[in-house]
Design a protein around this ligand. Sequence first.
Ligand code: URA
Length: 215
Amino acid sequence: MLVYVPSHPLVKHWLAVARNKLSPPAVFRGALAELGRLLIYEASAEEGWLPVLEGQAETPCGIADVTFLDPGRPVKVVPILRAGLVLLEQAATVLPNSQTMHVGYVRNEETLEATSYLNKLPDRLAADDRILVVDPMLATGGTLIKVLEDIIGRGGSPSMIRVVTVVCAPAALQKLSSGFPGLKVYAAMIDAELNERGYIVPGLGDAGDRAFNTL
Ligand code: URA
């Protein structure tokens, strides 16, 4: 399966807050941050995806067998600027030791074509690197596909990539369904369609502008 939509009531609650056009920027940003936390938790839950080590810890009362995240194999978090920054706040706390590699794309509002203005991906990625791409709105899928192709071109493997988004549209999922075997997308909702400006309907509006109060 390509896309997972958790049915947790907290996901529904924070999505409701984010959907409401009357939610002020701080409330909207808080809702997206909560959704990021919940969805990143889900996206990293699959057994074997998070690299762990086994060991022992001395507690005040004895010795316990413990499992902890392997500090030598940090998850590489790739926020797509600008709106991805809102989900990133939570990635850094949900995933201890994660590394952040920002990528920035700007969308031409007429052609809807995205062009890159920032890329902090390393030259080479390993096929077993765990990579988490975060972007709250998956509308046409054009930007995400460019980012995924870039990651794969540097050595990353689609089956190790998890995408966390808040709302996605069928158009994007259709494009992602071929060419990225094993890719998994985690979303709070799949909405019906895009409007003529490429916005998701009903969606959330412009997530970056709402989060950063630049409407
Ligand atoms: N980007 C947004 O912020 N919102 C959309 O609906 C589509 C793309």
